[in-house]
Design a protein around this ligand. Sequence first.
Ligand SMILES: Cc1ncc(C[n+]2csc(CCOP(=O)(O)OP(=O)(O)O)c2C)c(N)n1
Ligand code: SF4
Length: 277
Amino acid sequence: MNTTEPTRLTPKQYKSDIKPVWCKGCGDFSVIAAITRGLSQLQLPRENVAFVSGIGCSSRIPAYSAVYGFHGVHGRALPIATGLKLARPELTVLVAGGDGDGFSIGGNHFMHSCRRNVDLTYVVMDNSVYGMTKGQASPTTASDWTGSKLTPEGPGMPPFRPLEIALSAGANFISRATANDPNGMAEQIVEAIRHPGFSLVHVLCPCVTYRPEQQELFKARAHADWQSTTERAEAMHRLADDDGYTTGILYQGDRPAFMPPPEPRATLEQIETEFRI
Ligand SMILES: Cc1ncc(C[n+]2csc(CCOP(=O)(O)OP(=O)(O)O)c2C)c(N)n1
Ligand code: SF4
C-alpha cells in the first residue's frame, strides 16, 4: 500500500525565477508574498490559476508568480480577465494592478466589473501615485498633495473612494489590507478567492520612491477594525465614516456570480462563414 502523502506546494513554489525590478522597500514585494502564501494555503494547482494585469509597477506582479499570466494594456486587465473567466470557468482568475491602472484609465471597467459580478479576485496596490511614470497624482491622491510638478498646488479635488464605488456598483466581497501586514493580506486573499463573484482587495501599498512618507504613515494609521458584515447597509454606513486606513474584510454579499450558460462551440469554418461580407 502506498502511504505517501501528496507533496504540498509551498509559497515559494508559486513564485517564478524572475527577480523583481521594484525599488527596494516597495510595498509590491509584500503583495506577491501575500498572494503566493494565499495560493499555497489553498493548494491551487498552478496550471489552474491565471493572473492578469495592466501596466504599472504593480502590474508586473504576474511575471513574478509561477502561474499562468497575462500582462495586458494599461487599464484593461479587468475586461481581459472577464473574457478569460467566461471562456474558461474552471480557472481561478486573479487580477492585479495599481490605483492609476484600476481607477483612472480603467475606472469604467472597474465599476462594471463590480456590477457584472463575474468570479474574479482583484488586488489593487494603492499607493496614491503613478509609480511607473515617475510620480504624477492618481485618482486616490489627496487634493493637497504637492509632490508632483504637474500639480504644484495639489490635484485640488477630493480623492476617489474605491470601496464606496465598489459597494454601490455591486461588488460581492470588499476588503482592505496593508503591505505592512502580509499575513492579514494573505488571509483576505484566501477569502476573496473562495468567495464567489467579484472580489476587491484594496491594499495600502507604499511607493517608497515617489511617496516616501507613506511607509510610516500607513504603519501609524492602519488599524484592523473591520469585521465582515453581510449587510450592505451596514457596510455603506461604515464606509461613510471610513478614514481610509481601516483594514479587514468589510463586506461579503450573496449575489450569485454571473456565468452565462455554456454555448456550443462554433468551428472556425462556421465563424468565417458568418463574418463573410
Ligand atoms: C494607454 C496608456 N496610457 C498611459 C500609459 C502610461 N502609463 C504606464 S503605467 C501608468 C500609471 C501607473 O500607475 P499605477 O497604475 O498607479 O501603478 P504603479 O506604477 O503606481 O504601481 C501610466 C499612466 C500607458 N502605458 N498606456
Ligand atoms: S516607483 Fe514606487 S511603485 Fe514603482 S517600484 Fe518603485 S517604489 Fe514601487
